[in-house]
Design a protein. Sequence first.
Lengths: 172, 98
Amino acid sequence: MIEGLFWLFGGTAIVAAFLCITGRSPVASALWLVLALFALAGIYVLLDAQFIAVLQVLVYAGAIMVLFLFVIMLLNAGRPGVATDMKGGAGRVTAALLGLGLVFELLAIRGWMPADQLRLPAGAIAELSREHGAVRLVAEPLFTGYLVPFEITSLLLLAAVVGAVVLAKRKL
Amino acid sequence: MLLGPSLAVSAVLFALGVAGVLLRRNAIVIFMCVELMLNAVNLTFVALAQQLGVAGQIFVFFVMAVAAAEAGVGLAIMLAIYRHRQTVDLRNINLLKG
């Protein structure tokens, strides 16, 4: 059951990602990417990361992709009739060969597994999530052990906000 | 156990993202392929978090924050480039190529 659902979501993600990189229009590419991100959120639920799945839908499929679509339409890059932006024969062959090579490399190192002493017993995260709730599972370490990285992230976001305004504003 | 299949899906998604960066010329589409790669890495983090502890899920949180900042600044740069050149096609933007 879970395996079947996993392959449904995984297959959807891979097909949508392929259509995203080969789609003619940037708007279609963006919408295929949204589908891939939704499928990934489904996989996160199957992997006992419910809170991350919610964040994926809210932040990625919601906020970030709306920003992308907004800019595509603002730049009028999605109009039909424009020649495709795909590279020609040599570029396609290079991309396919490098992509395939990378897949085989990554699948080869997949055989490496963490040492047994490091591994949690099966279902440990699901058990913790059932005891404390899915949000607390992530939030508690985030606000204790990872407090300094969390604060630095807020600084990063502040810098990004200021930078985006400075770059995109016509006259300050 | 979904660890092996998750890492396989993640590997394919990452390679598709790399292929997309090499294949396309539109800067915005290339940017979306970079987001695809970030998501493939997130999937690896979540899959390994199931076995190695919840720290993996917290790293996904940080990756999402960095991706949001990157999308905001990157798209602002693209707007600025479009205002000067009326295009985001990378054939016409090669100032740093020398």
